[in-house]
Ligand binder design. Sequence first.
Ligand code: NAP
Length: 257
Amino acid sequence: MTTALITGSTAGIGAAFARRLAAQGHDLVLVARDTKRLREQATELHDRHGIEAEVLTGDLSTDSGIEGVAERLTDQRRPVDLLVNNAGFGNKGRYLDVPMADELTMLKVHCEAVLRLTSAASGAMRERGRGAVVNVASVAAFLPRGTYGASKAWVVQFTQGAAKDLAGSGVRLMALCPGFVRTEFHQRAGMGTDNIPRWMWLDADKVVAAALSDLAHGKVVSVPDPRYKALMGLAKLAPRPLLGGVTSRTGRKYGPR
Ligand SMILES: NC(=O)c1ccc[n+]([C@@H]2O[C@H](COP(=O)([O-])OP(=O)(O)OC[C@H]3O[C@@H](n4cnc5c(N)ncnc54)[C@H](OP(=O)(O)O)[C@@H]3O)[C@@H](O)[C@H]2O)c1
C-alpha cells in the first residue's frame, strides 16, 4: 500500500487524481482550505474504495499552510510515496489590471509552495530510494501569458532541472501541462468561457489517466492529449515575437474572459 498527498484535492484535476489513485488502492492525504469539503471527500473515497483518506487543511498562500504540509511530507513514520502539487488558481484581467497582492499570492501558491513541498518530499523520498512528484503546470507555460503563464513556465523549468539532479536516486519528477480542463478554475476566477471552442476542452479524469501513464513511462514533461501536443509542437517552432502576437490575439478571441 502506498500513500499519495494531493494539494487542491477537492475540485477539478486534484479531485480526479484523488478518485483515480483511490480506485487503484492508494491511501491519500487530501489538502485544501475548505475542511468541510475535505472531510466529505475523505469519507466518500474511504467508503467507496476502502482506502485511508487523511484530511489536512492548509492554505498554500501562507507560510504556516506550506509548513504544515511540508511537515506531513517529512514525517518518517507515515511516508508519502507520491506528491501531486496541484493547487492553483487564475486571476482575471491583464497585466496591471490585476492587483499586485493577487499576483504575489499566485507566485506563492504556484512557485514557492511547489518549491518547498517538492523539496520536502524529494528529500524524504531520496532517503528511501523511491518516490515521485507530479507538479501541475499548464500549456500556458509555453506561451507568453502574463504571471499565470510565467509561474507555470517556472514549474516546468524547475521540475526539469530537479528531475535531472535527482536522476538515479529513485525519485521521479514530472511536470503536467494540460490545456483547458472543465473544472471550477474559470468560474472561481470569474472568467467567462463561452468563447473557448468546445474541441479545446479536456476532461479531468482523462487528463489524470494520461498523466499517470506518462509518469509510469518516465516522462518529465507530460502534455496529455494529441490536440495540445500538436498545438505545442507548432508553438515551439514559431519565432517568439510572432508567438507573442498570435497568442495575444487568439487569447483575446478564444481565451477565458
Ligand atoms: N482548469 C484548467 O483549464 C487548467 C489548465 C491547465 C492547468 N490547470 C492547473 O491545474 C491545477 C488545478 O486547477 P483546477 O482547474 O482543478 O482548479 P479548481 O477546480 O478551481 O480546483 C482548485 C483546487 O485547489 C485548491 N486551492 C486553491 N487555492 C488554494 C490554496 N491557496 N491553498 C490550498 N489549496 C488551494 C481548491 O480548494 P480550496 O478552495 O478549498 O482551497 C481546489 O481543491 C492548477 O494548478 C491550475 O493552474 C488548470
